[in-house]
Design a binder for this molecule. Structure first.
Ligand SMILES: Cc1ncc(COP(=O)(O)O)c(C=O)c1O
Length: 478
């Protein structure tokens, strides 16, 4: 595409833009179990109205845009109360879970550098910690040390974390809950370990930090995971998940200002204006923070409680339904609204495909470190009314899959797979494998069980390389 010589009419621009949406996932039908947190039209409307009202304001300088400073301070104050922080607790609004996590890891690295003289920082990650921590370690030049989780509960094991601590450990990490299996790590135990060893401890509440307190208020047994737990020094919590705010809204909270200051960045060594950035982003729109402020004020505690009740019931219904299907097993005991399902008898990736044929979008998760491949649901409000229909289709899908081979990998691909896994095919020459698996350019085939099964068989380093190569092709500038 080239910038047109003569601009188009506003109507033509919008028509063209909207036409591009035709191939998008149709999430408005309530049959999508990831990406989207849809609390209905009214909530979407207020989100958008507030977003649009502040879209054009700049978050680069909070002293020039006092409205944005006020909104951020209000949002941080709501988050502090929600996570039961004392008067010392402070936060920073960010663009999403990944940014909040990168900021918390940076703060831990720089705190350790300045206050403990650690220059070769390490963080300890249960294998179930979100990829954002691995990314943060990669970006920030920190060593990520992975520890396994309990093979039955999928929760982090404090003894394994303790054994991995070295004199360079700057941060321990626990999830409340983890994305993949929806279980809460033993936060109180890890907090005690962190206190005993004088190490910072981040709780990843990106997906659960907002919803879990409402579930506790409903009477569900939710273990303490917030600032009431001794040893917890920072928490990330996303508004663009279960607070139902549009994308670009999260917060990272710290036990006190002395910790948070290591997250900030300032530069006066250049010829331009003095830069002080609390976040990774510098110039940023005021839309997301206004949207977060508006949505929380619009729904209120009662609105969120009502949605939490519906989600809890729908999750219980799904788990009970799966437990009646002998070919499927729920992994661990889901403690919120995230469920992973595996099978010992059928290929779970075929189930994902069969569900897609029936209009459902569910995520495939690959096997890692001996933990089996599975499919994952993030249950959100628009799924609630669809749960009975979904269970009927799931049962039918399992029946259909039983007619299919356990391994969908055709024989010619088996030998190529062996060659790739043993390293005898150069990593940047993996196009043949993908083409044989049905990938055409940037288009995935309708059924993805072959691709998922191939990736599932390969070591993580090779999978990663294949995916990087593929996405490097997907983004083009033709
Ligand atoms: C537990 C957890 N942490 C971090 C993230 C990353 O959040 P984001 O996708 O907003 O960057 C997610 C996203 O699902 C998550 O579930």
């Amino acid at each position: 595409m080239k910038i047109p010589q003569q601009g188009l009419s506003a109507q033509d621009v919008m028509q063209q833009l909207n036409s591009y949406r035709q191939q998008d996932l149709n999430w408005r039908d309530g049959k999508t179990f990831s990406y989207i947190y849809d609390a209905g039209q009214e909530v979407e409307n207020i989100c958008k109205e507030a977003y649009l009202a502040f879209l054009t304001e700049s978050g680069l300088d909070p002293l020039s845009f006092r409205s944005l400073l006020k909104l951020e301070n209000d949002v941080a104050s709501m988050a502090k109360n929600h996570l039961r922080g004392d008067d010392e607790v402070v936060g920073t609004f960010s663009s999403g879970g990944t940014e909040s996590i990168i900021l918390a890891v940076k703060a831990a690295r720089d705190y350790a550098r300045h206050e403990r003289n650690i220059t070769q920082a390490e963080i300890i990650l249960p294998v179930t910690a979100h990829a954002a921590f691995f990314k943060a370690a990669d970006y920030l030049g920190i060593k990520a040390i992975t520890v396994d989780v309990n093979p039955e509960t999928y929760k982090a094991e404090t003894s394994k974390i303790a054994a991995a601590i070295t004199e360079n450990t700057v941060l321990l990490v626990g999830s409340a809950p983890s994305y993949a299996h929806g279980v809460i790590d033993p936060i109180a135990e890890i907090g005690q370990l962190a206190l005993d060893r004088g190490i910072l401890f981040h709780v990843d509440g990106c997906i659960g930090g907002f919803l879990l307190p409402f579930m506790r208020k409903m009477g569900v047994a939710v273990p303490d995971f917030d600032f009431t737990v001794p040893g917890v020094t920072s928490i990330s919590m996303d508004f663009h998940k279960y607070a139902y705010v549009v994308k670009g809204a999260s917060i990272v909270m710290y036990k006190n200002k002395n910790l948070r200051k290591y997250q900030f960045y300032a530069c006066t060594d250049w010829t331009g204006y003095p830069v002080v950035n609390p976040t990774v982003q510098s110039s940023k729109s005021g839309g997301p923070v206004a949207s977060a402020w508006a949505t929380m004020n619009f729904l209120g505690e009662n609105g969120y409680l009502d949605l939490a009740r519906q989600l809890h019931e729908a999750t219980q219904k799904f788990v009970a339904g799966v437990e009646k299907m002998p070919d499927l097993q729920v992994m661990g005991t889901p403690e919120m609204t995230l469920v992973a399902v595996k099978s010992d008898t059928i290929n779970i990736f075929h189930v994902v495909d069969e569900m897609k044929v029936r209009g459902w979008h569910i995520q495939a998760q690959l096997a890692v470190g001996g933990h089996k491949e599975n499919f994952h649901l993030t249950i959100q409000p628009s799924n609630v009314a669809k749960m009975d229909e979904m269970l009927v289709d799931l049962e039918e899908s399992v029946r259909a899959v039983k007619e299919l081979p356990l391994s969908p990998i055709p024989p010619q691909l088996q030998s190529l797979l062996g060659a790739v896994a043993s390293g005898s095919v150069p990593l940047d020459n993996l196009g043949a494998l993908l083409q044989n698996a049905g990938i055409q350019g940037d288009k995935l085939p309708e059924r993805t069980a072959v691709i998922n099964s191939l990736l599932n068989h390969l070591p993580c380093a090779i999978r990663t390389q294949i995916l990087l190569n593929f996405f490097n092709e997907v983004f083009r500038s033709e």
